[in-house]
Each structure stands twice: as C-alpha cells, then as structure tokens.
Ligand binder design. Structure first.
Ligand SMILES: NC(=O)C1=CN([C@@H]2O[C@H](COP(=O)(O)OP(=O)(O)OC[C@H]3O[C@@H](n4cnc5c(N)ncnc54)[C@H](OP(=O)(O)O)[C@@H]3O)[C@@H](O)[C@H]2O)[C@@H](O)CC1
Ligand SMILES: Nc1ncnc2c1ncn2[C@@H]1O[C@H](COP(=O)(O)OP(=O)(O)O)[C@@H](O)[C@H]1O
Ligand SMILES: [K+]
Length: 491
C-alpha cells in the first residue's frame, strides 16, 4: 500500500466517488473487481488452508460481484466451494453480472444455507452500498452463522455494518478477517464496527493513490504520523522553562487525587515544571503527597489572576476533582486565552452557560482542548449527542466547530477533532484503560504537550496515543498510578 494511504480513512461516499473517478480516467472497473475478489480468495486460502468447504454468500451489488470472483478463484485452486445468493442472481448488473457469468457454480438461496463444521464463510452480501437495516430473513442467516462459530472472511466490511458510522444495521457478521480495498473506512475503526472486523487487511487493487488523495477528507487513524512533526524533539541544551510550565488546578481537601495524577503525569510526559495550584484546605494533603511537583496556594479568582502574571506558565489542566460550580466556570473563563485542557468537572460546570465559554475560547485565540467521555459530551453538547444520524467522528467534529476547541471524545475508539474539520480515530487503547483516574492521566499528558508548545490538535492526538501505549505497557492490571509509570517516549 502506498505510504501516503497508510493511515487514511475514506467514507463509503468518498469511495464511491473515487470509484467513479477511476472509471472516468479509463481504468477498467472489472479489473478492479477481479483484483478485489482474488485478494479475498487469497486471504481465505492463506488463513484457512484446512477449510473443508468455502461458502460464498453473494449480495445484489458489486460486493456480491467480488464474491463471485472469489468463488471462481477458489474453485480454480481446487477447493470445495458453494455459493448462496441474496436476491435473484439474474438481476445482477454490470461488473457483478460479468463476475457471476464467469463463475461456474449455481447459487442457492442464502436462506437455505445451514452452517456445517469445516465451513469457512466468505461474506460478500453488502459492503459500501448498505443503505438501510438488513431484512429480517437475512438477519436470521447472519445470526445463525455467528452462533455456529464458523469463521467468516468479510469482503470490504462485515455485512450489516455501516461503513460510515461503524453501527450495526439490524445484524452483522462477526468476522475473523476483513479484506477492504485501498483504504480503511470509518466503520472499520469506530465501535462496535472495529470489534466485528477481526484482523483488517487493506488490499491494493490498483486505484492510483492520487485519485484517493484527491477525494479523501482530513480523516485519519491516529498514529505518530499525525503528530510526529510537532513532537518537541528534546534539545540536550534545553532548560526546564523551555520545556514549559504546566499548572494543574486542585480541588478541595476531599478530592485532591485526580489533580495530583494529572500533575504527576505532566512531568513524566515532558513538561519542564509542573505546579499544583491548591485551595488552602487541601495544601497539607497535597504537600504530603508531592515531591517533584511544586505547590502553590490559589484560593480564588484574584489569586489566580496574580499567578497568571507569570507568563512562563503556559498551559493548564482544569477539571479533575475540581468540583462543579461557579469557581470552575470563573477559572475556566480566565484560562481560555492560555493553552488549557478542560476536563471532567471543568466541562460539567458549563452544562449551563456554555455560550460564554465557547465565545471566550473563540476570542482567546489560545489552544483549548476538551476531553469529554460520552456522559460529559451529552451534558455539554446535548443537541449534537441527540442527533442519531451522526457518526462519532461527525459528533466530535460538530462539537469542535460549535465550541472552537479541540474535542477529544473518549472511549475505546476515542475521536480527536478540531474546528477546521480535521479528525483522527484512535485504535491503540486496550480495554483495561477504563480504570478510575485514567481520564485524569490523559488530561495531564495533553497538558504536558501543550506546555511544550505543541498545537492543540497534535497535543491531544499524541496524548491519546501515548495513553493507549501506556495502557498496553502497563498490562491488564493497570491502574491510573501504573499508567503514569509507563508513558512511552514522545519522540
Ligand atoms: N470502491 C471501489 O472502487 C470498488 C468496490 N468494489 C466492491 O463494490 C462494493 C460496493 O458495491 P455497491 O455500491 O454495488 O454496494 P453493495 O454493498 O454491493 O450493495 C448494494 C446493493 O445492495 C442493496 N441494498 C443496500 N442495502 C440493503 C439492505 N439493507 N437490504 C437489502 N438490499 C440492500 C442495494 O439495493 P438498493 O439500495 O439500490 O435498493 C444494491 O442492490 C464494495 O463494498 C466493494 O466490495 C470492488 O468491486 C472493487 C472496486
Ligand atoms: N473499552 C475501552 N477501551 C479502551 N479505552 C477505554 C475504554 N473505555 C474507556 N477508555 C479510555 O479510558 C479513559 C477513561 O477516562 P474517563 O472516562 O474520564 O475516566 P475517569 O473519570 O475514571 O478518569 C479514556 O481515555 C477512555 O478513552
Ligand atoms: K461484506
């Protein structure tokens, strides 16, 4: 696969346009289908050499066409093959009809298929063209196959998955392996789609990279390629202030742990200095637990204003354990023109009065990153959250536009989006990252990156990636504290 296509995500609509561009530039569309189908048969033979029978389920469109090509190639390799079709194969058109004609097997109706031990299913029912929920009889077939535990190799996408959103339209196969073409689609990386694709193979079927780049938007999988050019390479001659000074705002004495986690990881993730700003009642408990992190008493807005005169303080984390209310709102509004990570209580405090926050972010010209999980997202962006048509990527992008901030919409498939429409989907987070305090650790890493001068989008994307890596390194028994000890190097 050409390097520049490596992390790209292409929506089904963009892929259809690329397909049309390929045809109008003179590329033979049947040769693309032949490459697609033979890459599927090759994967099936490679992964399941001991299959007793390959069962190819073919749909009414070009995904089905790929299936007929794969079936013919499998017959040619000497394998036992059966074809079942959804819809009347006589109704196939264009390339799919040509593929059907080149396959010597006579299809039976898909509803007649009964899984047998030793079968391997090639799922070529629907791909990019899935337009609505699957009809019930087909849902029953899919559920039967899933329950049987028979391995499924999906063509383009497990049928029933929406390639734009990763949602299940009624039912979908749970594949062992998915072969898609030229570029991954959002549905391969967004949940629940990602958990239903098995291993993902992106096959090069010969569409020139320039046609794909010309149509693809600003959507990527989150890998170091998205941000490494902005990763502050540590200059050996640097001093601590050049690596930035991060301020973390602590809550009162009953809730100091969350901010201390953000502060501790801030140092580990590369900020030169970290200061925990503490209300008077929490000074003693914070002092008892800190070593390299510094402590500063900040009682109220006027203390904060005085502290902000130190321009070397260049990034802040506000929210973990801070408490919900007016104090959080006042502090956030004062910090909007500096680089700021607004997390947890910092966001929830704006369930009312968010317009002022968004306006201040727009005016501030600073780098503001908000890190909501699903619940916090609903509170801050209720109208976006309620729009069932939107994918998680589209929701994060709409929220970024509305708030003028970079949005990190967390979960197993965290999406990072900025107001200009750029977005990346993260895919390296192990499930055990869902542990108390994990979000506080993430906020601290973003803060450390902002302190080092990374732009907000890259700071957030790099933080989510490092957080995922830390989870993998810390292993299944990870806690927020052990995550702090496992942050990988940035560059
Ligand atoms: N991109 C490329 O360059 C290349 C792409 N290739 C392949 O083409 C695939 C895309 O093909 P595609 O556009 O024909 O769509 P596909 O998924 O076969 O389904 C369309 C059919 O399904 C029907 N239908 C839809 N939803 C339904 C439902 N719920 N229940 C019932 N029916 C439903 C729909 O009917 P309609 O909505 O029109 O009524 C229509 O008949 C792509 O995934 C890849 O495998 C390769 O060949 C190589 C090059
Ligand atoms: N199933 C999952 N797989 C991978 N990462 C997850 C999963 N669930 C949550 N996470 C990650 O764990 C972190 C939890 O953050 P958050 O919900 O704020 O928790 P807390 O408030 O306990 O710190 C986020 O970075 C989120 O993306
Ligand atoms: K499919």
């Amino acid at each position: 696969m050409p390097d520049k296509l490596q992390d790209i995500l292409v929506t089904p609509a963009e892929m259809a346009a690329i397909d049309r561009d390929a045809a109008s530039s003179g590329i033979d569309s049947f040769s693309l289908m032949r490459s697609a189908g033979t890459s599927v048969s090759a994967a099936a033979l490679r992964l399941f050499p001991a299959a007793l029978r390959f069962v190819v389920l073919c749909g009414p469109g070009n995904n089905g066409g790929d299936g007929y090509v794969a079936a013919a190639a499998l017959v040619e390799s000497g394998a036992e093959v059966a074809v079942f079709s959804f819809g009347d194969p006589a109704m196939l058109k264009g390339d799919a009809a040509r593929a059907r004609d080149a396959c010597a097997l006579t299809p039976e109706s898909v509803e007649a298929y009964r899984p047998r031990t030793g079968d391997v299913v090639i799922d070529a029912l629907f791909g990019a063209g899935l337009a609505r929920d699957l009809p019930e009889p087909l849902q029953a077939v899919i559920e039967r196959v899933n329950e049987s535990g028979i391995p499924v190799v999906a063509v383009d996408l497990p049928s029933g998955l929406d390639g734009r959103t990763g949602e299940v339209r009624g039912a979908s196969f749970v594949a062992a392996h998915t072969v898609t073409f030229m570029a991954a689609k959002p549905g391969h990386v967004l949940m629940p789609g990602r958990s239903r694709c098995g291993t993902l193979e992106v096959a090069d079927i010969g569409i020139p990279a320039r046609l794909i780049s010309a149509r693809a938007g600003h959507l990527r999988v989150n890998t170091p390629a998205s941000w490494k050019d902005h990763a502050a390479a540590l200059d050996p001659a640097t001093h601590k202030y050049r690596r930035g000074h991060l301020g973390v705002l602590s809550g009162g004495q009953a809730a100091t742990g969350a901010a201390r986690l953000s502060a501790a990881v801030g140092l580990r993730a590369g900020a030169g200095l970290v200061t925990l700003a503490s209300p008077p009642d929490a000074l003693a408990v914070n002092a008892a637990h800190l070593t390299a992190v510094m402590l500063k008493e900040v009682r109220n807005a006027s203390d904060l204003a005085a502290w902000l005169k130190d321009k070397r303080l260049n990034a802040f984390v506000l929210g973990p354990g801070f408490g919900i209310g007016k104090k959080a709102r006042d502090f956030a509004l004062m910090l909007c023109d500096r680089a700021l990570v607004l997390d947890a209580d910092g966001m929830t405090s704006f369930s009312e009065g968010r317009a002022e926050l968004f306006e201040r972010i727009a005016q501030g010209g600073g780098d503001v990153v908000m890190t909501p999980h699903e619940g916090e997202f609903v509170r801050l962006f209720p109208e976006v959250a309620a729009d069932a048509r939107l994918s998680k990527i589209e929701k994060a992008a709409a929220a970024a536009k509305l708030s003028h901030a970079v949005i990190v919409l967390k979960g197993p498939d965290t999406v990072i989006a900025d107001p200009s429409g750029r977005a990346v989907v993260n895919a390296n987070a192990p499930p055990w990252l869902a542990t108390a305090g994990s979000g506080d650790v993430l906020a601290g890493i973003v803060g450390a990156h902002l302190a080092q001068g990374m732009p907000a989008f890259e700071a957030a994307a790099a933080a989510v990636w490092r957080h995922g890596e830390a989870g993998t390194r810390a292993g299944r028994t990870a806690t927020a504290e052990t995550l702090v000890d496992h942050i990988p190097p940035l560059a």
